[in-house]
Write a protein that binds this ligand. Structure first.
Ligand code: GLU
Length: 355
């Protein structure tokens, strides 16, 4: 019987305690649950390297300089993967370490190789434990957060669903720390303006994600037709329920979504977005309702510097992200063509992911 592929994203706060130590109890609960769910092929995306490294270096406050963060990641990744290896061995499960950078996945063949390796590990019944290779990633080629990395992994291997274990119970109608009447949203089918507004900022001392990156991840997974469950990792019952296929926390899922082709999944997340265009209402309708290409005549403005073949975000004039696609030509050429009726399409429909 084909196993269910579940990507489990574990945030720093779920795996590292406030004093910077690994939460062994959490890890053994995780391993225990996975050993009980033999119909599931787990793929773990785990943060924690930087947090553990900082603890080893006795650094209390997250530094802002890259070399120190990268050194911390290099130190902490060893502790992180060792903890997985040791704890999972108690349950007779073998783990494999994959460290991925966006420099690799921006190149389609690198992306496909990473995908093939994960698929092979799964067929060997080995649990991939994936993190960003923080030691070599620099700003321009960084995922920056493991939520995005988890979405990339999930879409590349066509996962059945994604569980994001976090320190929040899910997505609320407003910030629950400020608004006492904020309600947990149990089901999200579409990222509306209100939902985006409720996400706020965030990111803890040791981790780097917040609700915004979780919504970016959800946006792509909604388009890819891969359900995502965002729930609190502190309660292991959540993981148990999620592995049993029950909805916990906030379930992001749109039954009406038709999914993404393999190439479009890569377009959505493989490489870092290099620029942004804003388009008029007519173009928005053409993209969303008619499956059209994006033409310069519908573009109002362009920002950022990008070359032909690089990914660009498409916004409506109300500042909402509506699509992402591969530029047919550079920002320089686009600037000369904005608004022109007869100009060549800027993003071809085959290279466009509409959210
Ligand atoms: N890759 C980072 C780490 O392992 C974490 C990134 C994140 O928090 O999303 O420490």
């Amino acid at each position: 019987m084909e196993k269910i592929r579940v990507v489990i994203k574990i945030g720093t706060s779920s795996i590292i305690s406030d004093d910077g130590k690994i939460k062994r109890k959490f890890l053994s609960n995780l391993a225990h649950e996975l050993s009980e769910h033999t119909n599931v092929s787990p793929i773990i995306v785990s943060s924690g390297a930087i947090g553990l490294g900082l603890e080893r270096l006795k650094i209390k406050k997250r530094p802002s300089d890259m070399p120190t963060l990268q050194a911390a990641a290099a130190i902490g990744q060893v502790d992180l993967i060792n903890a997985y290896k040791d704890v999972f061995a108690d349950y007779e499960m073998l783990v494999a370490q994959l460290l991925i950078t966006r420099a690799t996945t921006a190149d389609r063949s690198g992306y496909l190789h990473a995908r093939d390796t994960i698929n092979r590990l799964l067929s060997l019944n080995i649990i991939p434990v994936i993190n960003e290779n923080d030691t070599v990633a620099v700003e321009e080629i960084k995922f920056g957060d493991n939520d995005t990395l988890a979405a990339l992994v999930a879409t590349s291997i066509n996962a059945d669903y994604v569980i994001i274990l976090s320190d929040v119970d899910g997505l609320y109608s407003a910030d629950p720390n400020t608004f006492k009447d904020a309600k947990l949203l149990k089901r999200v089918k579409k990222l509306t303006k209100e939902i985006e507004k409720s996400a706020g900022g965030a990111g803890s001392v040791r981790g780097s994600g917040g609700m915004i990156t979780k919504l970016s991840c959800a946006r792509v997974l909604l388009a890819a037709n891969i359900p995502m469950l965002l729930c609190n990792g502190a309660n292991i019952q959540n993981l148990r329920d999620a592995l049993n296929g029950q909805a916990v926390g906030t379930a992001f899922f749109d039954d009406a979504s038709s999914g993404l082709t393999a190439k479009k999944s890569w377009i959505a997340l493989g490489a870092k977005v290099k620029g942004k265009v804003v388009c008029d209402d007519g173009a928005v309708v053409a993209l969303q309702k008619k499956g059209s290409s994006l033409l310069p005549v519908g573009i109002l403005s362009s920002s950022g510097s990008f070359k032909e073949g690089e990914p660009v975000d498409v916004y409506d004039k109300y500042e909402r992200l509506i699509a992402r696609g591969i530029a047919s030509y550079s920002s320089k050429i686009l600037e000369d063509n904005i608004g022109l009726r007869e100009a060549q399409e800027f993003i071809h429909r085959d290279n466009l992911v509409v959210f």
